[in-house]
Write a protein that binds this ligand. Structure first.
Ligand SMILES: NC(=O)c1ccc[n+]([C@@H]2O[C@H](COP(=O)([O-])OP(=O)(O)OC[C@H]3O[C@@H](n4cnc5c(N)ncnc54)[C@H](OP(=O)(O)O)[C@@H]3O)[C@@H](O)[C@H]2O)c1
Length: 218
């Protein structure tokens, strides 16, 4: 499958790229620097230069090209509320429009648990992040695309365990980024999972089984 990843140079994005390449997919994605482009070329990934906040939806569609699926795992991180709105919010809306223009119907979005760490009172910036992510979820659910929203728990850089808990409602705990990437790769290859929001945290079910268990029997 041809898969275009927005956020491919990020932590989840680059783990996903490696996993998809290993499965034999053709992978490309949006990058901001030539260094990222060169590093990705070494693993067989075609990086397309562009800044999500600067390209138009039409320009983004041209960079996406004839992909079979689009993954959005970009994020502003701690860059402030304006950047969060521009990337995690408006960026998703732009990507939805670009997907339509490029004729890409499958769209996987990395979101967040709406209740993530709310008990810690992390401040306005974090509340804004959660609200923007939820707005992006709403936009995608109304897009008419073949979408899937994955809400991972707090991300860890520890090695993947290969087992998870995945379902429409899970407890917000923690999950290695490697397991998020593997789950995304499985979801992209499970076409029966469409128009579903799935929450993901650490657990004991092998990732392939966890994904299949969420697929309707049709
Ligand atoms: N941290 C958590 O605990 C947590 C929990 C649940 C969900 N999430 C979500 O998980 C996703 C992936 O997280 P991660 O840790 O992999 O993030 P990350 O390593 O910070 O990667 C984010 C990527 O977004 C790209 N990006 C940012 N602004 C951009 C722009 N204007 N144009 C193009 N690309 C841009 C970055 O590009 P550069 O490499 O050029 O900077 C980077 O590659 C995010 O959507 C995040 O909100 C995070």
């Amino acid at each position: 499958m041809n898969i275009f990843v927005i956020g491919i140079a990020g932590k989840v994005g680059s783990l996903l790229a490696r996993e998809l390449i290993a499965r034999g997919d053709h992978v490309s994605g949006l990058v901001r620097t030539t260094q990222q482009q060169e590093a990705l070329a070494e693993i067989g990934v075609s990086g397309q230069r562009g800044d999500l906040t600067k390209v138009s939806a039409r320009e983004l569609a041209e960079l996406i090209g004839p992909a079979g699926a689009l993954v959005f795992t970009a994020g502003a991180g701690g860059a402030g509320t304006e950047a969060t709105t521009a990337i995690d919010g408006d960026g998703v809306v732009k990507a939805i429009e670009a997907a339509r223009l490029a004729g890409v119907t499958r769209f996987a979005l990395v979101s967040v648990f709406p209740e993530a760490w709310r008990e810690r009172n992390l401040g306005e910036g974090f509340d804004h992040y959660i609200a923007v992510k939820k707005s992006a979820d709403i936009a995608l659910t109304r897009s008419g695309l073949d979408w899937v929203i994955l809400r991972p728990a707090a991300l860890l850089d520890t090695p993947g365990r290969g087992t998870v808990a995945l379902g429409p409602a899970e407890r917000h705990e923690e999950i290695p980024r490697a397991d998020v990437a593997l789950t995304l790769a499985e979801l992209l290859h499970e076409p029966r999972i469409t128009q579903q929001i799935l929450e993901l945290t650490s657990g004991g079910t092998p990732i392939r089984d966890a994904v299949r268990a969420n697929a309707p029997n049709r």
